[in-house]
Design a protein around this ligand. Sequence first.
Ligand SMILES: O=C(O)CCC(=O)C(=O)O
Ligand SMILES: [Fe+2]
Length: 642
Amino acid sequence: MPPVAAMGRRDLCETLPYYRSYQSAASTSNGIVTAFMFDGQGHCRDYMDSTVIIARTGGGLEKDVKSGEMKTKGDQSENALIKCIQNGVKYCNPVVVIVGEGNKTAHCKIPYAYNVVPWYKSTDLWSERDGAHRIFKFRLEILNEGEPSWMRPVGAAYQFKLGEIGEPYVEECPGCNESSPQMYLNGWMCLRFECKLFWRFTDGSTPVANDLKYDPRFLKKKTSWKISKGPWPLKPKSWALLEQDHLGKDVSWEAARGICCKDCGMCGSRVHWDFWVCPNTKCNLKLSLPHKVIQPHQIRDWLRPLSSAYMLSEDYCHEAVDCTVDFAYNYRRVKFEIPGVEGWIKHWVANETVVKEPGGPGDMFVSMQEENCYLKRHSMPHGMLKGESSCNHFTANFGMPYKFIASAATRSFEDAPTAVRSARSRMNWARRVSVGEESEEFNEVLALVIFSPTDTIPQYHDDGESSLGRTIATLSLGAPAEMTLRMKPGHFRGTNTRTTSGQSANLVFNDKEPPIPLCHNYEARKTAYDQLQALKLAGDLVGYEKRKRELPNELGISNKGNQKPVITMRLKYGDMVSMHGAKIQTYYEHAVTPEKESFLRFALTCRQILSGHLPQSEMPGYEIGRDPGWYDGGLLGVPEEG
Ligand SMILES: O=C(O)CCC(=O)C(=O)O
Ligand SMILES: [Fe+2]
């Protein structure tokens, strides 16, 4: 059995530090290749046994229309991968090999979707011809022949040991005066692409591709390296399981990714926030993941100390956005109104009185770390990779089901951690004081963990759909993050059509909603929109469709480029953002990016899910009662002024 294996690409790439390549076969960084994957159809002269591999480098292939096979498209160039292989030969850097179940070259049983074979030496890199084109080939040789390998066929005929057949035959090229080994039994030839005698036998003839047979002296040569061990254990120790000497490291994205089972070697992504289960059903090892609780004061920015006065706003917005500020209940409230969009966005900047109140954001942050929050990376059904795919961020949903999470994974408020219940109550209070007592109560809370600035989580999205009420509120706990709002591409540019050519002739004018101020070419699009509506009203549907196709060209509408954010809010510990008005979600989208790597941030977002819109099959099996919460932010003393 392989020392390390995986059932899917996500599990593999999230677990192995030496294999982080989701698409290409080689995993490279900083001029080195750390691992090669051999999966699928190889090249006709590819070779693989338990000690030697010969392959062509990937790239430069295209699908043959007739046979469906991948064929060489043009000359391969000396790209970054070639440099990495050259470096491997030059600096004696060993590489790991991963054999996929689709491999057609290995003559052994391939147990799992992906299987790790211990270290190899990169020994040779040379050029050949494939039809009229140049290709690169390389040879790998096992680093430690004495180590048992799962690739060795049991009971197979005798296999020559490396070096047993003798040294390869070496000849000096009369064209370039360079010496090189004979690679094919058919005869010696110079395999330096630059040489005028490249790809020719000494009698001047050129090889017949399918007749070429490797010279066993070259194939089974033993390359002398002074090392016989790879630099790292093949089964990596996960960051999540190590003693942490640096607070917050156990919640870094690197620690959150995946774990290699210490018992069976199966790689598995970390799907649950607080535990890990081996995906190998014959093993099922379950590990609880240690976490050192981060106290609120440990992530405060000492350049921005908290006090019981009103804290600063570090927000900014487009000059056309109407921005007003008021001070209430210990919050500086910055209200943004976007031209043409009914509703508002309000940033509630919290002070120390709020953050430190008993049961307040400080205690909630600790509760989210100490209590069972059921946080999980939910699966993405239409992933492109082999095996399971999932979102990068950990979420948990409580109360009514919400679009991002299957109803089966939603839990009742009775099951929710204290922080989730008090967040609901706190945000219901904020809703009552800013929208009105009679507004619909929040009946759903989505908890979300964000910790890596490289992963803007969630990516630009809106929080609106027909089953949602008009108000959304979110509470930030932990490290600061930046929330940005921008107009959706289709509304900003005036077309939803995507064309690969980017030609405006193929685009269709977007008239689902009228254009609004701040969109591209507003005035002209508004006039065009009114004309289109008039055609529709007059029943001229042919004219209407024709105009929809003519307008993008006339108005210079393209489907390229992204629009800039119109509102940027720096969300700090205990801050809330409320958004009121359905059209904000129709026209605008938002994203939240954490600022500091490795430091934890939770967002608790409340929504009103209108039950009438959910099919009976998606209704939860529990009652969602009224919020029993008592929270009243008005009971806290406010800063004294004057
Ligand atoms: O991270 C946040 O503060 C907001 C998260 C969000 O946009 C959402 O849950 O829909
Ligand atoms: Fe959102």
